[in-house]
Design a protein around this ligand. Structure first.
Ligand SMILES: *Cc1c(COP(=O)(O)O)cnc(C)c1O
Length: 403
């Protein structure tokens, strides 16, 4: 790229809506779990976007699927039957409980569809009164107004005027609170089967089972938001498969396209029938390019050897973090499942997750935070042992630089 066309960080402040504050470095190329910036500086990627790049960067399986489809057809309206969309939908029904699929372009849109379906189902089968959506404090479901209001972080949903109504937030992992509150007026309970943004918090098996049982007792639907946990992230294809609790509706996005935007809502035939022609839709939902890439990603990730590899990598990464903790005494807890890992800072390091993120960036390592006290790791599901070792060495340097 010639000097006069080089994009600089200052251009962001000039032309972008300031709802983000990106790092100074400008990544321009990626291969596997390595990224290079404009200056040619190398970074190990422990973030994978935000749990998106499940096959790393520019994996041949994705590049091949995208280029092949790019030479065939890019877009079809929903007036047409679309080969890549139907292939992907078929595959998603094979790897999950689902019988029917609705395609969207993002996690928020998949969740929006899930919530609208739940409300529509409740109205058509139980009447006007059954509208309550129960969700959990610190949960995250996206940024459309409905989904952000269902999310349990008022900092994200306040300040936009009147909110969509009849949404209740309860503490996560608190069976008694749910039991005390849920009623026949509850339309659906929406939860992440492992809270990602909220701090990498797993549900207990008892809680997951209790949510399912209480939904059944009150004829409420259970919606699992698997936007972050889905597509192999936890070592199961979907996290619900490791919890032994099956939802009625599941949303998936992030890793589904491995870096190409796509989301999907999965459900049963019985529920799906409430979304008749005209009830819901999306112009780009089911886009052939997106579906061709996602089909290749799902076919690859759903192989038992790949899923087993996620658990192997979880062990490597957690062992490495434990070793760093022995050396620096920095973490109070190392938790999460598969390659959705959170390291919670101890008392002495309170509030410094962002400092660690910045120091890591300076030392050639990309990672994430989940709140002020949790450092989050969501690398590629096929990251190599060597890349993990390199990343941990950089994290070691980063922590040392903060002492
Ligand atoms: C990222 C995320 C979303 C939102 O997805 P977008 O593609 O940004 O709309 C929703 N739910 C969960 C659990 C997420 O992690």
């Amino acid at each position: 790229m010639s000097v006069n066309t080089q994009v600089q960080r200052s251009l962001f402040d000039e032309v972008m809506v300031p709802c983000y504050s990106p790092m100074e470095m400008i990544p321009v190329r990626g291969q596997g779990s390595v990224i290079w910036d404009q200056e040619g500086k190398e970074y190990i990627d422990f973030a994978g976007g935000i749990a998106v790049s499940c096959l790393g960067h520019c994996h041949p399986v994705m590049v091949e699927a995208l280029t092949e489809q790019a030479h065939k057809i890019w877009h079809l309206s929903n007036v047409m039957t679309n080969e890549p969309a139907l292939r992907l939908a078929k595959k998603l029904t094979e790897v999950s409980f689902a019988e029917k699929v609705f395609f969207a372009n993002s996690g928020a849109e998949a969740n929006e569809a899930a919530l609208k379906l739940a409300r529509r189902w409740a109205k058509e089968t139980h009447g006007e009164e059954k509208t309550e959506i129960i969700a959990f404090i610190q949960g995250f479901h996206g940024r459309t107004f409905f989904t952000v209001t269902v999310g349990g972080q008022p900092a994200y949903s306040d300040g936009f005027g009147p909110k969509p109504g009849d949404i209740t937030h309860l503490p996560y992992n608190d069976i008694e609170a749910l039991k005390a509150h849920i009623s026949d007026k509850t339309c659906a309970v929406m939860m992440e089967p492992l809270q990602g943004e909220g701090g990498v918090l797993s549900p207990t098996n008892e809680f997951a089972q209790a949510v399912r049982d209480l939904c059944d007792q009150h004829n409420a639907l259970l919606i699992f938001d698997e936007v972050q946990t889905g597509n192999g992230r936890t070592g199961e294809f979907y996290a619900y498969q490791g919890l032994g609790v099956t939802p009625d509706i599941l949303s998936t996005a992030k890793s589904l396209g491995g870096g190409f935007p796509i989301g999907a809502m999965l459900t049963t035939t019985e529920l799906a029938q409430h979304m008749k022609v005209g009830v819901h839709g999306s112009t780009y939902g089911g886009n052939p390019l997106a579906c061709a890439v996602a089909d290749a990603v799902v076919n690859y990730i759903s192989q038992p050897a790949i899923l087993a590899g996620v658990k192997e990598r979880e062990a490597w990464l957690k062992e490495g973090l434990a070793a760093l903790n022995d050396k620096y005494n920095i973490f109070a807890d190392i938790r999460g499942k598969g390659l959705l890992i959170g390291a919670e800072l101890n008392q002495e390091w309170q509030g410094r997750a962002r400092d660690i993120l910045v120091a890591s960036g300076n030392n050639g390592l990309l990672l994430l935070v989940a709140g002020a006290n949790v450092v989050r790791f969501t690398p590629s599901l096929v990251i190599t042992k060597n890349e993990i070792d390199q990343g941990l060495a950089k994290l070691d340097q980063a922590i040392a630089s903060l002492l």
